[in-house]
Design a protein around this ligand. Sequence first.
Ligand SMILES: C[S@@+](CC[C@H](N)C(=O)[O-])C[C@H]1O[C@@H](n2cnc3c(N)ncnc32)[C@H](O)[C@@H]1O
Length: 307
Amino acid sequence: MKPNMEYLPGYEELVVKRLPQMEPEQFQQWAVLLKNRTGMRLPDNRISFLVTNLGMRMRALGINNFQTYFDYVQNGREGAIEWDQLVHHLTVHETRFLRQESVLALICEKYLPLRHDECVASPVTINVWSVGCSTGEEPYSIAMAVDDHMRQLNCQYYLGVTASDISRSALAHGRKGIYTRQQIKAIEPEWLNNYFTVTEDDKFQINEELRKRVCFNHLNILDIGAAPIGKMDIIVCQNLLIYFDKEQRIDIANTLADHLQPGGLLILGVGELLNWEHPDVTRFTYANTLAFKRQQNILDGHDGLDA
Ligand SMILES: C[S@@+](CC[C@H](N)C(=O)[O-])C[C@H]1O[C@@H](n2cnc3c(N)ncnc32)[C@H](O)[C@@H]1O
């Protein structure tokens, strides 16, 4: 179905009609669609949030009927493109640089020193996966912390950070790596100097060398089992599982654990998964973190982390 062109911006008589009230059955219909497609739960008290965000997209398209828009997002290529836009509006992207300093400390103080010996013979490779990376602050924070630490240890290394999210707009922002003065305020001057370039309009862009190490890719975490992603040394998934129900959280955590290298670390948001157990991982206790390590292969050389 095509949007009603009469209401598209640029037409002389742009009519912004009030949206009709959303009926409980319509809310349920949207809640089920969102749950099936993104895993996100939409409690009944989120009806005004839903109406506001649907309304924004519907006005942009000149659609003033929830059912018409519901059908539109589920049909054809245009519907798929619109769905991507809508998902961006309905998901929470709150994030910031160095949001979880304890996680960076865990990586630098406990994990990286174990890899130090390896880099004596040849550069060590460190693969990190930031799942639900939003606009890039989390993966870039990890990349800066790892780079800074490995340089201090004088350790030759390759770093590859995979940064995944369901929102294409968030990913596009991350790829550009441009942030406002307000957004970089937590970063100390030395890191600003080492990892950012000031743009002409007084913003801060992650420098090319660091940007090249972070690869942003579109991934719906519900499809994680089929994701063409190899084994990772460190997987960070924070402030995402909270939007899923318990069974889904467990399924996702199991799949993430299966993507870990032996001796690797899985880091979840504190309190986001309770009483989870997986045969190949053990809890790794470190202040203000919820971390797990994958067991080392018996035939493997180094000892891995001691929990
Ligand atoms: C609150 S942000 C967390 C950002 C970052 N991890 C942090 O802790 O600062 C949650 C992110 O998860 C993404 N997200 C939500 N549902 C998703 C899904 N089904 N698959 C992948 N990403 C999803 C959102 O687009 C959003 O960018």
